[in-house]
Design a binder for this molecule. Structure first.
Ligand SMILES: *Cc1c(COP(=O)(O)O)cnc(C)c1O
Length: 367
């Protein structure tokens, strides 16, 4: 059996250090917004090349608080991808704004930047590019468009910590960048957590207030905020893991390179790594019209695999009132039918990658 992801293998490799870090928090007695959160914020700002980082309770809250701090409000339109985890659009709706979905580029599964400008209206306030599967969207084009139309850019970098484009990290391009520490992410905690990075002092200060009931002075409230703070235990664990993130991301990249080679003489479409881009393979996603056959054979062989995502957001029940129909965003819909994520976690060995690739290729010979 090969799982899609093996978090126990990761823990076993670093258990002494993680246990010690947790033990120190427990005996220290500060459990929320203490020294580990502050240190992690500095370390992640340094890692991403931004001036500030603010820890929050989840990746979803990172997006919600960042958009709110950037001024997104009731009645605004926010352009984003239809091919992402639901939270990306959910937070836009939660603020009373409307998600406007732009179709994706079939090669990268990220926003097709050529289609963006025609969606800009007088109500458009922001763009939320999603760096899907761990590759940065075409940020140079998006930032240029945003400047031209005076729009805010909040990056959904939840799957992309450590990814780069032209040497600039995911999260450092826009007005704010959002990360998730959900356990399955490349940098994952042992529970929920998230972070916003920014080089804008005002945005950082506002998110700090929003995460803590709209206050920066105890019992004096200048905003209506949230309870959305990062735990010390999570921060302590994440600090242990952050030191290894680049090594782990390199491990994922090695597996991806091996898969690419093994699939080279087949009609399986492998992920495109855009020139100048450093993909960190949160997911290694292949495309084939016989996706369901491949999935069936892998499941029968006890190899983990998954479809991210089976129904694009414009066709979700919750957004039926927008009136979108099948066929409106054809590339997102085709990706939902044809793509499959294979195991790519750093602890996977080369023999396992070869075994998985053989089974995928074998599936295509089956009726
Ligand atoms: C994981 C994820 C989120 C949400 O993060 P949580 O920490 O689970 O709230 C948002 N957007 C994308 C693209 C994600 O992958």
């Amino acid at each position: 059996m090969i799982p899609l992801l093996d978090l126990v293998a990761q823990y076993n490799a670093i258990s002494r250090e993680v246990n010690e870090a947790v033990q120190q928090v427990l005996s220290g007695g500060r459990y929320i917004l203490g020294p580990n959160v502050e240190a992690l914020e500095q370390e992640i700002a340094g890692y991403c090349g931004t001036d500030y980082a603010v820890g929050v309770a989840s990746g979803t809250d990172a997006l919600l608080l960042a958009l709110e701090a950037c001024g997104v409000k009731q009645g605004d339109e926010v352009i984003t991808s239809p091919y992402t985890f639901f939270a990306t659009a959910e937070v836009i709706s939660r603020l009373g704004a409307r998600p406007v979905f732009c179709d994706i580029n079939p090669d990268t599964y990220n926003l097709n930047t050529d289609l963006l400008e025609r969606l800009v209206t007088l109500r458009t306030r922001a763009i939320v590019p999603v760096h899907l599967y761990g590759q940065v969207t075409g940020m140079a084009e998006i930032m240029e468009l945003a400047r031209k139309h005076n729009l805010v850019v909040v990056e959904d970098a939840c799957q992309a910590m450590g990814a780069q484009q032209y040497g600039k990290k995911a999260g450092a391009w826009g007005d704010a960048g959002c990360f998730s520490f959900f356990p399955s992410k490349n940098l994952g905690g042992c529970g929920d957590g998230g972070m916003v990075v920014t080089s804008n002092a005002e945005i950082a200060a506002k998110i700090k207030k929003l995460r803590h009931h709209g206050t920066d002075k105890k019992y004096f409230h200048s905003l209506v905020g949230y309870n959305s703070r990062l735990d010390e235990i999570q921060a302590a664990i994440l600090r242990v893991k952050l030191k290894r993130l680049d090594e782990w991301n390199n491990g994922r990249r090695e597996k991806a390179t091996l898969y690419n080679r093994l699939f080279k003489d087949t009609d399986i479409v492998t992920p495109l790594e855009v020139p100048g881009s450093r993909h960190i393979y949160h997911q290694y996603v292949i495309r084939h019209i016989q996706r369901d056959k491949i999935m069936q054979i892998l499941q029968e062989t006890n190899i983990g695999c998954a479809v991210y995502y089976p129904l694009p957001l414009h066709l979700q029940e919750v957004y039926q009132n927008f009136g979108a129909k099948p066929g409106d965003l054809p590339e997102a819909e085709r990706a939902a039918r044809e793509t499959l994520a294979l195991p790519v976690f750093p602890e996977l060995n080369r023999a396992q990658v070869k075994f998985i690739a053989e089974k995928v290729i074998f599936a295509l010979t089956q009726k």
